[in-house]
Design a binder for this molecule. Structure first.
Ligand code: GLC
Length: 493
């Protein structure tokens, strides 16, 4: 699964912001790379205070990205080349500009008042101790007109919807059907663990763990997820529901798969927070398997996204480590999510103060994709964010025909994954770490592939000597595992 942040992918009209025609123009690149599906971060009409995650209309396309017709063209063209399209749906909140909220805040007796979460203050302050994302400020904003607070787990301009209200659920299901009717292959659901709300829950303790929003991991959410799943299941073909469940404990995440009747796939963000340590990776892998296997639930893996510094930045640009991280991502059991640009080894851009635009401080990882070596990197206008360092060297043009490039490596691992059943859906066994080297086996009957990743900065001898090396993250020398090397071997037994 390949994540596209549309603003930063490809600009077809020169306004400095990527768009749907731009994505369409690059479908041949995505097929060449070998991904199966693309996920588009939100494309709906939005005032862009959270760059599309503040939705003003769930059933349209923002003019900056193009039109509904461009969207239909993109889906049609993607399907023609065998690529599936997954949309980012933002069910937890709307923009304050959404007509529902505009009407809701007009008066306490508004028809849509109860579509959001309004409360009186407590002891002269907000109704509870929840803190909104990216700040130490309350998750509540006072509305002078109607003398009540409204809840917003994110920006004050992103009021939370009240999912307890059956009319909200019905209306949101309708928006989903709108896109499913147009042929989308599934949805990535934003912060879906927040849908149910227990406003009495005191999250202060757990919040210290996560600089994110209230955890609010409550029972009612599961009922809402089952209803959403039923909407998807009404449609022909495989329509996938992927949830952003921002809880770092794999056991809690596992609950969101339900009994096979909630999410098909849930994000598992633990790896974003563990650094580059073999033991830590082993622990996360083992815990994830232990949590999901009893439910027959299929894992997902991710190294980067539009909210987090890129893996190459977290690894301080250490090329060998960045390469082996890619081999690891693509050989774990589960669906890997590749964030556009990760296949280029792209690092975050350094954003000068004057160009900071995101209130959450996430501009760096959203830098535009460099397509060409030339200074404009294939962007016809000045892009909305600066390019990352070494953009020319890391551009698609610079790497495409270089067999040793990060891009070629990524393509080779995807290809191997496609041709080897063990990598695609084999079991994952013997997950081990000695503190320097992580290894595990991917198996189907008659086939055992061993993945070995050297996390250390030393060369390690005595490994792999009898095994047949199918792929290495660098030029492999028999019997040795170089510093930072990752290899996939076929083990003959
Ligand atoms: C999710 C998105 C993030 C957004 C937030 C609020 O965490 O990934 O980009 O800001 O939800 O919608």
């Amino acid at each position: 699964m390949y994540q596209i942040y549309p603003r930063s992918f490809r600009d077809s009209d020169g306004d400095g912001v990527g768009d749907l025609r731009g994505v369409r123009a690059q479908l041949s690149y995505l097929s060449w790379l070998g991904v199966d599906a693309l996920w588009l971060s939100p494309i709906f009409p939005s005032p862009m205070r959270d760059f599309g995650y503040d939705v003003a209309d769930f059933v349209g396309v923002d003019a900056v990205f193009g039109s509904l017709e461009d969207f239909d063209d993109l889906v049609g063209a993607a399907h023609e080349v065998g690529l599936r399209v997954v949309l980012d749906w933002v069910p937890n909140h709307t923009s304050i500009d959404h007509p529902w909220f505009v009407e809701a805040r007009r008066s306490r007796s508004s028809e849509h008042r109860d579509w959001y979460l309004w409360r009186d203050g407590v002891a002269g302050g907000p109704p509870n101790n929840w803190v909104r994302a990216w700040s130490d400020q309350p998750a509540w904003t006072w509305d002078d007109e109607t003398d009540q607070y409204y809840l917003h787990c994110f920006l004050p301009s992103q009021p939370d919807l009240n999912w307890e209200n059956v009319r909200v659920r019905g209306a949101m299901h309708q928006t989903l059907r709108f896109w499913l009717d147009r042929g989308v292959d599934g949805i990535r659901m934003d912060v879906v663990h927040l849908l149910g709300k227990e406003l009495t829950v005191d999250d202060a303790e757990e919040l210290r763990m996560l600089s994110h929003v209230p955890l609010n991991d409550v029972a009612s959410t599961h009922g809402y997820l089952r209803e959403i799943r039923a909407v998807l299941d009404d449609y022909d073909g495989d329509r996938v529901s992927i949830g952003e469940v921002y809880l770092l404990d794999p056991d809690r995440v596992a609950d969101y798969y339900g009994d096979g009747d909630e999410l098909h796939l849930s994000f598992n963000f633990a790896p974003l927070h563990i650094g580059w340590r073999a033991d830590a990776w082993r622990d996360v892998i083992v815990r994830t398997q232990a949590a999901l296997e009893p439910r027959d639930a299929w894992p997902t893996w991710v190294l980067s996204n539009h909210d987090t510094p890129r893996i190459a930045t977290r690894l301080h640009g250490d090329e060998q480590r960045v390469r082996s991280a890619m081999v690891l991502l693509l050989s774990l059991r589960g669906t890997p999510f590749l964030f556009a640009g990760e296949e280029l080894g792209l690092e975050d851009a350094v954003i000068p103060e004057a160009r900071v635009v995101d209130p959450g401080g996430r501009d760096g990882c959203r830098a535009p994709i460099p397509w060409t070596i030339a200074l404009d990197h294939g962007w016809p206008g000045v892009p909305w964010l600066p390019f990352a360092e070494y953009a020319g060297r890391r551009s698609v043009e610079a790497q495409r025909d270089d067999g040793d490039s990060m891009l070629s490596l990524t393509r080779r691992v995807i290809e191997l994954r496609r041709t080897r059943t063990a990598l695609r859906h084999g079991t994952m066994e013997n997950v081990q770490s000695d503190g320097r080297v992580l290894s595990f086996d991917r198996m189907v009957s008659g086939e055992r592939l061993r993945v070995t990743v050297n996390f250390s900065r030393e060369e390690i001898t005595g490994l792999q000597s009898d095994d047949h090396v199918l792929l290495s993250s660098r030029r492999h020398r028999g019997g040795l595992l170089a510093a930072g090397e990752a290899v996939i071997c076929e083990v003959k037994s």
